[in-house]
Design a protein. Structure first.
Length: 136
């Protein structure tokens, strides 16, 4: 029996986009995977506290069924704090993930790309794939 690859999916507003769902579907077809959706920076600076948590809950309610269908199994979830890098770093430390998928908004609007989130996570020593609209 093949070991299960633990994949951390980092997304917020892109958590149920066709590109991300297709990537999850492709990976699930390739090998046994267990996916966890991490929503860091829920609500951003505009929606702190309870409002940010409500935004994360809404995103989870929408994304988890779609991701679970693509993965052909239930997808777990985590809510991260206001700093996306810290949220990913903590999730990796807690969860023993083998890979990370970071799904962002397009380059012109993505604060995660401006903060160099993908490269910072790569420095943690774990394979990282980025799903960025407009990128080949």
């Amino acid at each position: 029996m093949d070991p299960v690859t633990k994949v951390l999916v980092v997304a917020n507003r892109t958590s149920s986009t066709p590109r991300l769902l297709e990537e999850v579907r492709r990976r699930a077809k390739e090998k046994p995977c267990a996916f966890t959706l991490l929503i860091p920076d829920a609500g951003g600076s505009v929606l702190p506290g309870a409002a940010g948590r409500a935004a994360a809950d809404w995103t989870l309610a929408t994304a988890l069924p779609l991701l679970s269908k693509a993965a052909h199994r239930e997808v777990d979830s985590r809510i991260g704090g206001p700093d996306p890098f810290t949220a990913v770093k903590e999730a990796i430390a807690d969860g023993g993930y083998d890979e990370v998928i970071i799904s962002t908004l397009p380059r012109r609007t993505s604060t995660w790309l401006r903060r160099d989130l993908v490269c910072r996570v790569e420095r943690l020593g774990i394979p990282v794939s980025a799903i960025v609209p407009g990128r080949a």
